[in-house]
Design a protein. Structure first.
Length: 575
């Protein structure tokens, strides 16, 4: 192991008046979305207000609650005036450029600009990389004051050492956390790729309690531990109150909001008070979407049902919202009785949240010549978020994702047709599908074989018309399937295809062909009790099947549970 120091210091950037008054917000923090779409959240120890410094915008995507703020930028700027200290800042999705009083700073420099008392804790950064051609699986146990952070974006960390979204942190006991992940170049040649984590501890040996790995030789592995300095704590007692009241689950793609399927208790809802325009009829909805601009919120009144027989387009940067999960509401419904391709199209940076999107075809059909339909289509768009929605009744797909679409916390069901019928279809890039409840589909999540995706923390219900999680030929690129529960032990009675016989064991994951990189399947709970064999790529009775190769090729499966008995926390979807 190697240890290294990290230089942190920019206290001089704070306004001279900062220490004079906690109630006079004289410092300016600006977040510039010049590196794509980014979502952020932060907390200060003093006063906080939004402003338009540095040509910043003010819109409904940005919220202040006490001394905490959250928002998103995409090309533009957000600015805030504050007093006291910045006690916490995170980019929960993407990354942007920060300016403190007009000077560019990193996240670490921003946090180091505070003047609170030393908490007695040290911040530790650990980077682990491997040159192994096979994946190196590792487990790190640490003693920490709070859960270690998986560093997926940071200006001060080399891109090759940024962690992937399949690294997992679990709490073993009070103050004892376990980091689990994997890394490796796949080629055996430099540069070595790896993961980075940070935590705060007062313990010796950087708080590391145990470290274990497999799949790499000692010469392939490099670990760098960097003490980043003392953690500053605020002397203002009000800051702790604002921290506890802040909405830490604000990012639907971050994994911090664990309400699978959304609805009640989902925290990232949009209230009607944030609407730019409220609609309750088809003409109002069409007119509103046709006249909005980026940052606007078109709100479907929660008690309304709007029926259309035409395509709807959500413009770039616009949010289409309703109140699903607020005070028990199911959300306003937008429905069609026609087979539309698509019914709703989302442009770059659009968000669809809290609405019901309903089509007319809720039963499986074996007639593949019937007209095809899509509920929400983001293919060809970037930065699209679909969260807390209910989507049903579309023969081709409930959702067709774009290259980086995030589909989360939604209930997607009754989308089925022989040869088609996908809950979420992916064809490009690497979309993320997480925290959804998906049921009664031919395939819950699928790739056309030319791309990869991450499928995590989902609950797939008991009604499977075909194999549940799918990668078509030639096998895709990088596919990550972890911490899901697949409840369908057998195929549903509506399954009519000879290769999906009703009542027979249901294939939980099928990879058709050989992935360019890997299909990594781990920590899932599969109700089908037929675990795959080490030397057999499976048959139509197995939970995991690789179709084509005679031996497992670029498909990894480990730490999965097979059978209906509950494996406990850490395996399957959050519950």
């Amino acid at each position: 192991m190697k240890t290294a120091g990290a230089v942190i210091g920019s206290a001089a950037l704070l306004s001279n008046n900062a220490s004079a008054s906690q109630s006079d917000p004289t410092n300016v923090l600006t977040i510039h979305g010049d590196q794509g779409k980014a979502r952020y959240q932060f907390t200060v120890s003093g006063e906080l207000e939004k402003n338009t410094d540095s040509d910043a915008s003010i819109n409904s995507n940005d919220k202040i609650s006490g001394s905490s703020a959250e928002g998103q930028v995409w090309g533009g700027r957000d600015s805030y005036r504050f007093s006291g200290e910045v006690t916490q800042f995170d980019f929960s999705k993407g990354v942007g450029t920060l300016y403190l009083n007009g000077e560019e700073v990193t996240v670490s420099e921003l946090l180091a600009s505070t003047g609170g008392d030393d908490s007695g804790l040290s911040q530790i950064e650990l980077s682990l990389s491997s040159l192994s051609q096979t994946y190196t699986h590792y487990t790190i146990d640490v003693a920490a004051a709070n859960p270690p952070k998986v560093v997926t974006s940071d200006d001060e960390v080399e891109s090759r050492l940024l962690a992937e979204d399949d690294d997992v942190v679990t709490e073993v006991s009070d103050g004892h956390y376990r980091i689990e992940g994997q890394t490796g170049t796949g080629s055996g040649t430099p540069p070595a790729y790896g993961d980075t984590f940070r935590w705060e501890t007062s313990e010796e040996m950087w708080g590391i309690l145990d470290f274990a790995y497999e799949g790499a030789s000692a010469s392939d592995l490099e670990i760098t531990i960097s003490p980043l300095g003392s953690v500053q704590s605020s002397t203002d007692e009000s800051s702790s109150d604002s921290d506890s009241d802040s909405d830490s689950d604000s990012d639907s793609g971050s994994g911090s909001n664990t309400v699978v399927g959304g609805g009640d208790n989902y925290s990232n809802t949009v209230p009607q008070s944030e609407a730019s325009v409220v609609v309750s009829s088809s003409s109002e909805l069409v007119n509103a979407l046709g006249s909005t601009s980026s940052g606007d919120v078109v709100y479907v009144r929660g008690d309304s049902t709007i029926t259309l027989d035409r395509r709807l387009d959500v413009p770039s940067g616009v949010t289409l919202a309703s109140d699903r999960g607020i005070d028990g509401s199911s959300g306003g419904e937008i429905r069609t009785e026609s087979a539309l391709w698509p019914f709703l199209a989302a442009a770059n940076g659009a968000r669809v949240t809290g609405v019901q999107i309903s089509g007319p075809h809720t039963q499986h059909s074996s007639d593949s010549s019937r007209s095809l339909s899509i509920g929400i289509d983001a293919k060809g768009s970037s930065g699209v978020e679909i969260d807390n929605c209910e989507v049903s009744g579309f023969r081709y797909a409930g959702v067709r994702a774009g290259s980086d679409t995030n589909v989360s916390h939604s209930h997607i069901h009754h989308c089925s047709l022989s040869g088609y019928g996908y809950g979420v279809e992916t064809t490009v890039g690497h979309p993320i599908v997480e925290y959804n409840y998906i049921n009664y589909t031919r395939h819950g999540v699928m790739s056309n074989g030319e791309n990869g995706y991450t499928c995590r923390y989902n609950h797939f219900g008991p009604d499977a018309i075909g194999h549940v999680i799918d990668v078509h030929e030639p096998g895709g690129t990088t596919t990550k399937i972890h911490h899901n529960t697949v409840e369908a032990a057998t195929y549903h009675e509506d399954a009519t295809a000879s290769w999906y016989p009703s009542g027979e064991p249901a294939i939980q994951v099928m990879v058709q062909g050989s992935p360019d990189d890997v299909a990594d399947i781990h920590h899932n709970w599969f109700y089908n009790s037929n675990a795959p064999e080490a030397g057999n790529t499976g048959d139509n009775q197995s939970a995991i099947v690789q179709k084509g190769p005679s031996e497992w090729t670029n498909v990894s499966h480990s730490e999965n549970h097979y059978g209906t008995d509950d494996p406990g926390s850490g395996i399957g979807h959050p519950r």
